[in-house]
Design a protein around this ligand. Structure first.
Ligand code: HEC
Length: 122
């Protein structure tokens, strides 16, 4: 009886992880991309960090003279349109990350949702 319980527990763990994998396969991009909860700290900052933006846009001599270090600098780029223009590879803006791959559509959508909400410090 005890053994059956252990097997059951192990099995339910396996099923749960399979379900998670399958969900991601079925909904690439949009389904897995909830833009509603997009905030500066949970979406924008991690995306800038993981896409190498801060490697060039921080310190005393940031690339293009654009610092993305700290909320206020990111907010400025967000509200003047250059942040979204650059990450969405829009005509008239230098595509960012420079020399790198475009951010995932989900990250771009989340950043856009945050900008559209007025780029709050959340
Ligand atoms: C390898 C260095 C490098 C990386 C990595 C990089 N940038 Fe840049 N970025 C630059 C340079 C250089 C410029 C100035 C380019 C120009 O004006 O043509 C620039 C300009 C910009 C601008 C100003 C655009 C404008 O229209 O004035 C923004 C916003 C920007 N980058 C955001 C980002 C973001 C967001 C990321 C990460 C996704 C990123 N950058 C990654 C080097 C980099």
């Amino acid at each position: 009886m005890k053994r059956a319980l252990i097997i059951l527990l192990a099995l339910s763990g396996t099923l749960a992880s399979c379900y998670y994998d399958i969900e991601e396969d079925i909904y690439p991009g949009n389904g897995a991309c909830d833009t509603n909860g997009a905030t500066y700290s949970s979406s924008v900052l991690p995306a800038l960090q993981s896409n190498g933006c801060l490697g060039c846009h921080s310190g005393s001599t940031p690339s293009g003279n654009i610092s993305l270090e700290g909320y206020n600098n990111v907010r400025t780029a967000a509200l003047n349109g250059t942040l979204y223009g650059a990450i969405s590879f829009s005509p008239g803006y230098p595509p960012m990350p420079q020399g790198g791959n475009k951010m995932s559509a989900c990250n771009i959508n989340r950043i856009k949702a945050w900008i559209d909400a007025g780029a709050p410090n959340n």
